[in-house]
Design a protein around this ligand. Sequence first.
Ligand code: GLU
Length: 496
Amino acid sequence: MTETRLRFPPSPTGYLHIGGARTALYNWLFAKQNGGRLILRIEDTDSERSSQESIQGILDSLEWLGIDFDEGPYFQSDFTQEHAAAAETLLAKGFAYKCFCTKDELDSKREAALAAKKPLGYDRSCRNLSAAEIAEKETAGIPYVVRFKVPERTGVIGYDDKILGRIESDYREIDDFVIVRSNGKPLYLLCNVVDDIRDRITHIIRGQDHMTNSIKQLLLYEALQAPLPVFAHMPLTLDTKKAKISKRSHGEIVSVQFYRDHGFIPWALNNFLVLLGWSDGDDKEIFTKEELIERFSLERINKSSSIFNYRKNDPKFFTDPKAISINEHYLRTMEIEELGKMVKTELENEGLWNDSYENEKKKWYLNTLDLIRGRFHTLKDFTSLGRAYFDNNFVIEEKPLKKNILKHEGLREWLPVIANRYEQLDHYNLTETERIAREYADELGIKPGIIINGMRTVVTGQLAGPSMFDILIAVGRDRVVSRLRNTAELYAGRSN
Ligand code: GLU
């Protein structure tokens, strides 16, 4: 049986973006599902636009996503001789020809065709040059490109696209396309096929923007006498204005690195990406890796484009609300030990990591993460919204400051009293901390909420969060006492 072989061939001309990552993911899922092999090929023959930095960025992004490869990375630029040899073979066997038309000639032919409302393709005038004519032009040093000789057949050429169904094109509508530039460099269209043949690729899953290439490439496969792969052209990812998502027009906000840097969980991003163009046939949106490998199918990929609702100017979230909600799901439900490792990286980046969190304070660390994750959206929230649990230097947000502190002048004296009482407790625990807060509110004849909300603000800087007494235990007596004692500082220079 033929081995199932797929490839992901990015051009290293920028970072890996959402659309590219989705292509990689679909290929990866299909390979895994079918016991196949996935090959990574860096299509770096465009030396002017390719860069080492992009290559590294793409490799890092794929690794971060957990999309692993069975072979590669191979570099297209290592096979330039093979590409040139294939062009020679096509020329030698009469499947291609040298075209000496200059750019000016081609332009004026094009204009004439436009005026006469005739097809705009190349008029094939060099297609039947005699050997003597060719030799004469070559001797005269006239530059030439190599064009593929599209067979003069009537009828159609086509393939069964796994997503779109039968795709066909009339032979007469296919231009004699260029396969080698006048500088002797074979074009992408040819290199890509030569590489796919050498790598024995059986399935090509790529974007619909490659469909016109695919028709031409069918002809190349035929001429090079290679078996045809299965094609599956995926819907494009568009923004909300229906423009294609691209690195050039959307900037880094559509890059995988951006998601990593904004606290996404890798699998959550994969889970979001898979839904950009595929569904399981019902409303199910959360899939484990194993489930997806089992359930994914090319047939259920949408035929039409998907909308990626990224939000450049939204002050709250930077991306598609669905992406955020999937990230939240994983963040709030994943194995706490696993989350612990991810948050460790965040804390390290902020200089807040302490090795005791993996040793004597491990239980405290994991319990605290579990306590606070219920309202968090991304991993970044642990060091921003949740900073007070790991550091004394945290921000007291404006809203709770006004509402819960400045409005109640009395708190500047009341909270230090609570601090004293907590300090003297024999048992600093949930029941005792709560008892003290409520008894003191009674003594003062005020609502316990005033004390409790005040404490929440002073201890965490936040308006909302877990139960106040759970917070007091998690933050710990010493820190709680000193923060409550410093309440008066919050009024400095402020009025309600
Ligand atoms: N290098 C091409 C790209 O990044 C690959 C296209 C293909 O899958 O054949 O668009």
